[in-house]
Design a protein around this ligand. Sequence first.
Ligand SMILES: [Zn+2]
Length: 482
Amino acid sequence: MIITNVAAALPGERDFRLVDIFIKEGKITAIKEAGTLKGAGGPNVDPARSADEEILDAKGLLAFPGAIDPHVHFDEPGFTHREDFMHGSAEAARGGVTTVIDMPCTSIPPVTAPHALEEKLSIVREKALVDFAFYGGINGHMKPEDIPQVVESLAPNVVGFKSYFISGMDTFPAVDEAQFAAAAQACAKGGRPLLLHAEDPDVIAEATRERAFIRGTQKHQWIDYYASRPMDAEMAAVLKALKLAGQYAKNIHIVHVGTAKAAIAVSERGATCETCAHYLAFDETDFARLGAALKTAPPVKAPEQKAMLWHLLADGQIGFVTSDHAGAPEYEKYTDDPLTAYGGIPGTGTLFPYLLSEGLFAKRLPLERFLEATSGGAARRYGLWQAKGSLLPGKDADFVLVDPDHTSRVIPSNMMSKSAITPFAGMLLSGRIEGTFVRGSCVYASVRLAAALGKKSDTIVNEAGMILARPGFGKFLTWGYR
Ligand SMILES: [Zn+2]
């Protein structure tokens, strides 16, 4: 296949370059200056090329490396009333994501032993529409002295390990200090990053007591929720984690950072962090308008944090952006009590479109940082860089085609995840995704692109586009995949 006349976002370039992209057996074989492929005899065309090779003229479109969303909860097996791998990965593809990394804690059994990973893989590999990798889990059930064995046995099949300082899940309890210290050492020695949900349980317990009980029989308001998880809880947890990790601090990755000072503390110690699109887009004043649709754990922060997070992302102190995709059905979201409503939103489909519009097109992120934030940074951190994360010959042909002259509105009925309760609903974004390609195959196509390709879907279709891949097309990736 050849994608011709496309303005591609190539690594190390400050602007788009008009190129032809040559693809064979799922890999990019060459990227050449465009404009030379006019007619069959153009100099870019290999004379040995078969006459029926597919050529897609992408004039007017932009090509980006497929986004990597390294923080999703697709909940399978175990909590598939909230999300499953087919719908989750369909929504990922719809949003330009070509690789997801799924969390270990929201499946049953959690991924804390090889047999659990095998069981999850046997189910997921029949359903995934985009490429995927797993994290292993370190939790409060483990004795510190057993943790090295857990890490060693899972490391070949995971790209990192996830732990919590505070957990809302009975099936995946938080770690204590001794467990975290043991995990930090074991993960560093095993060559996999240790991810941490960083909120200090003591800070939250105290704030929650004030909010949950003093009000007595009165109805809880949204302020009771976000005040029960104060911003200071993040910094306290980050400082504790870095201290406990000691010489292994560089191997720690803090997930869903929402406060600027925590991000700075992380980067000063050579550790890494991510933020999520919702911390860039919303703040606690939006709860009055959006209610449960905005509820995540941790919650979005005070208004001044958003601009600071954008700056830290632009200068690289925040490495990349994730969705923390975690949808839930209406009866779990709309409980009429801010303290019990499910904390989590389905975000994998809005991650890339939001960053494209509000990051790149709105000039908050230069092109190079946009690419790191959406694909390169995660690919490097999780051992996938040899084949993923940028448009380069030799890598997998994972890319997104975007029409920069169209806008797209976030419409819940067009989402492909099981839940479509999102705070992004109604948002008008610059740019429209026309196609998402994984290893050279078109997995998602807009109605327009599907017509141009002459393709129909037998998987999922809606007003805006359709899934063209079959469930099971997605490939299981491990550290060092090439
Ligand atoms: Zn999460």
